[in-house]
Design a protein around this ligand. Structure first.
Ligand code: MTE
Length: 320
């Protein structure tokens, strides 16, 4: 049996109760009701019933004590402009995206450039589940259980040269499969970038799944980046290329409007976007509903302990 069959939806093979039970367990994990010890057991139980599940071990270092955003919101309120600019477009139009076969090339200033098939990429390092806070520059946020491994594990395999200072991430741009490419709102393909130390930071996750299942197409299948201390647009989806460069790469949103979107894009409540305040955020799918009060946005989205030292001495109002 293949590792997962993209033609079978989890709902085709999984009784709803198994789904709901799994989400309750993840919520319990996030609330600290049980710890790391139970997580592998829980993963193994679920894989028996759901072949396309990813075996991932919950990493208890990344389980914020916050309500996890329900699966239905994580997978239906999306930004993926290749499929349209409305939040409901990706779930409606991404389902025909062919995520197999899928190759990703890792190139540029490295000793060992390589093109990897998605199956080979999946096996580079053990899969972890990490529950990350994610904040969009538009002023909303979610708490999402992602499945993947630190990008640094892949980077060390290709041995970057000393001259490599940045990493560029390039998404698929295929007019035949992606109706959103008809619009030139973005200079396709979608591109993002990180400084080398940011890419090597253990928090930066090469991501293959969410909620213990392979990534839904609208969330960037079959592989994407997740950078939890930066605004959501830094987390490029459906990657086909990772390139190491000496110069700072041009990113899609900086090209769109450099005044609105800087290269760093760290979550920073003190630097407002010209159109949206960044001081607070609305949690999507909060159980308190539309009456839930807005949450104060934290510097680096609450990940300062792990990332602030990378920006010591930098004026973060200038390098936004
Ligand atoms: N990646 C690509 N290729 N195309 C996009 O339009 N949107 C970005 C980012 N990655 C985007 C992308 C933005 S603006 C956000 S907020 C996040 O994806 C949303 O990820 P999610 O839909 O999984 O929450």
């Amino acid at each position: 049996m293949p590792f997962f069959d993209p033609t079978i939806k989890p709902s085709d093979v999984t009784p709803q109760a198994v789904f709901e039970n799994r989400r309750d367990l993840i919520k319990a994990a996030a609330a600290g009701t049980f710890g790391l010890a139970l997580a592998p057991w829980f993963s193994r139980q679920a894989i028996a019933a759901v072949p396309e599940k990813l075996i991932a071990t919950l990493n208890s270092a990344y389980t914020p004590k916050e309500e996890v955003t329900p699966y239905k919101y994580v997978t239906s309120y999306n930004n993926f402009y290749e499929f349209g600019t409305d939040k409901a477009d990706p779930i409606a139009y991404a389902q025909s995206l062919q995520t197999r076969p899928w190759a990703i090339s890792i190139e540029g200033l490295v000793k060992k450039p390589i093109t990897l098939d998605i199956d080979a990429l999946l096996k580079i390092a053990p899969m972890e589940e990490r529950i990350y806070r994610m904040r969009c520059v538009e002023g909303w946020s979610m708490v999402i259980p992602w499945d993947g491994y630190s990008l640094s594990k892949l980077i060390s395999k290709v041995e970057p040269l000393g001259s490599a200072k940045f990493v560029e991430f390039i998404s698929l741009a295929d007019r035949k499969q992606m109706p959103g490419l008809k619009s030139n709102i973005i200079d396709w393909p979608y591109r993002e970038g990180l400084r080398m130390d940011e890419a090597m930071n253990p928090l930066t996750l090469l991501t293959f799944g969410l909620y213990g299942e392979v990534l839904p197409k609208q969330n960037g299948a079959p592989v994407r980046i997740v950078v939890p201390w930066k605004y959501g647009f830094k987390s490029a989806k459906s990657l086909v290329k990772i390139r190491f460069t000496e110069e700072m790469p041009k990113t899609s949103w900086t090209q769109f409007d450099a005044r609105e979107y800087g290269f760093y894009s760290n979550v920073n409540p003190q630097v407002d976007h010209p159109r949206w305040s960044q001081a607070s955020e609305r949690r999507i799918g909060d159980s308190k509903g539309v009456f839930a009060p807005k949450i104060k946005t934290q510097m680096f989205n609450g990940y300062g302990d792990q990332v602030a030292s990378m920006y010591a001495g930098m004026d973060l109002k200038k390098f936004y």
